[in-house]
Design a protein around this ligand. Structure first.
Ligand code: IMP
Length: 412
């Protein structure tokens, strides 16, 4: 662990390399006790990670998973769009389990608020796409796109406004939203849903740029918890089937106001296979019995929406591109054990002139890898599978997940 921490340096970002749900939470959990600051940089309540507190499972959408560690300062950066009742619910869930995150929580004045009407617009826009184009984006319907639309259109409401009177702001939104989207805004209900947030959070809305800068001067280290993933990035992902924020390492730095040179490492997290929720390209998708097997073995159901995830094989071109864009210094390959029963494992090694995957079949290992913590103890074929990823991408697979438990991880 000490060797790993030394190689990561003081500012590490953990970024998904596929379409999200790679299992970033586990490596974050493992690392966060060694970091003074845990920061989230983009997205909103579209993200979902399972957190076990007091033996009970909870799905969290906004608080970074590192918030569970009682020593950590938690920063929510300017790049986020926040649905405040969801954030309060998460804070209260942790409080009930004896973990008080509030005194160490800092939210950027520049983060934007997701109102209830943003969700209504999200639903209305998806319906329009369905009707006009036959299919939608398959959004999480959490109002993410519309909140970022307002931000880009310079009509958004930032967290700093929570400290003042929201009625005139919401009244102006109501007129605009009705005119543009034919969506009715219940100003009183919106105000009511925000009143506890105003009381509880106003003292925690600060200039997080200066806060992070000062932490770095004091040599506190920072763990950046990425949300969504590279292929969902608004610029570099599978547009238009993407989310509405920048989900890469550069996006994370922008979403926190950290300069590019601050980053000392970037862990790319990728499943040993691949999944996707929502619509859009997925060249290595497998349907039928094989896809079902991956879904059942991997427990592949969306944590935010409960939707069954589409499943498929690993795509080396996607991993290469994600490594290029993010500057990955380490891989965390997750859920290797899900492949334990496969006889042969197809991997997309490249894309042919016809745009179709060029498959390479790697031998399976048909032995359990569950709980293996040393690379040399993995079956030969599993070692070769990992070595293939390393060779093709030029990034070392430092962490390999071999089961859901915290300790079920190979660190090399
Ligand atoms: P939105 O972010 O709700 O607008 O959804 C846009 C696309 O991103 C949809 O395909 C969602 O399923 C996907 N998406 C958004 N957040 C996540 C996530 O945290 N994990 C996986 N997919 C996500």
């Amino acid at each position: 662990m000490q060797k790993l921490l030394k190689s990561l340096g003081p500012v590490c970002a953990v970024i998904g390399a596929q379409w999200g749900d790679e299992g970033k939470g586990k490596v974050i959990d493992l690392l966060s006790e060694h970091y003074g600051v845990i920061a989230r940089a983009c997205g909103g309540a579209n993200a979902g990670h399972t957190i076990v507190v007091g033996g009970q499972k909870h799905i969290f959408h906004l608080l970074p998973s590192g918030a569970l560690h009682p020593h950590a300062t938690v920063v929510i950066g300017s790049g986020l769009v926040l649905h405040l009742p969801t954030l309060l619910e998460e804070i209260r869930t942790l409080q009930a389990a004896g973990i008080d995150v509030l005194p160490r929580l800092y939210i950027s004045t520049e983060a934007h608020i997701v109102f209830e009407f943003h969700k209504q617009i999200d639903i209305a826009l998806e319906k329009q796409r369905q009707e006009r184009e036959g299919k939608g984006i398959g959004t999480t319907k959490r109002g993410i796109g519309p909140a970022y639309m307002d931000k880009a259109a310079r009509s958004g409401t930032r967290m700093e406004c929570l400290k003042g009177d929201l009625r005139p702001i919401l009244t102006a939104h109501a007129e605009r939203v009705q005119r543009l989207y034919d969506v009715a805004v219940d100003v009183d209900a919106e105000l009511k849903s925000l009143s506890s947030a105003q009381q509880l959070l106003s003292g925690h809305i600060v200039d997080t740029v200066t806060l992070l800068y000062e932490h770095l001067i004091q040599k506190k280290n920072v763990l950046i918890e990425g949300a969504q993933a590279s292929l969902l990035d608004l610029d570099h992902g599978t547009y238009p089937y993407v989310t509405s924020s920048q989900t890469t390492s550069a996006g994370a730095l922008q979403g926190l106001g950290l300069p590019p040179r601050a980053l000392t490492s970037c862990i790319g997290v990728a499943k040993a296979y691949c999944t996707r929720v929502g619509e859009g390209d997925f060249a290595t998708e497998v349907r039928g019995e094989q896809g079902d097997r991956l879904r059942e073995r991997g427990g592949e159901y969306g944590s935010t929406t409960g939707r069954p995830r589409r499943c498929g094989w690993l795509s080396i071109p996607d991993l290469k591109r994600a490594a290029m864009i993010n500057g990955f210094t380490h891989w965390n390959i997750t859920k290797l054990d899900v492949l334990d029963e496969e006889e042969e494992i197809p991997v997309c090694a490249g894309i042919g002139a016809d745009g179709k995957p060029e498959w390479k079949n790697l031998p399976g290992w048909r032995t359990s890898t569950v709980g293996v913590t040393e690379f040399s103890k993995l079956p030969q074929e599993a070692q070769e599978y990992i070595r293939f990823i390393e060779k093709e991408t030029g990034v070392p697979a430092t962490l390999i997940g071999t089961g859901p438990g915290r300790e079920q991880m190979t660190i090399q």
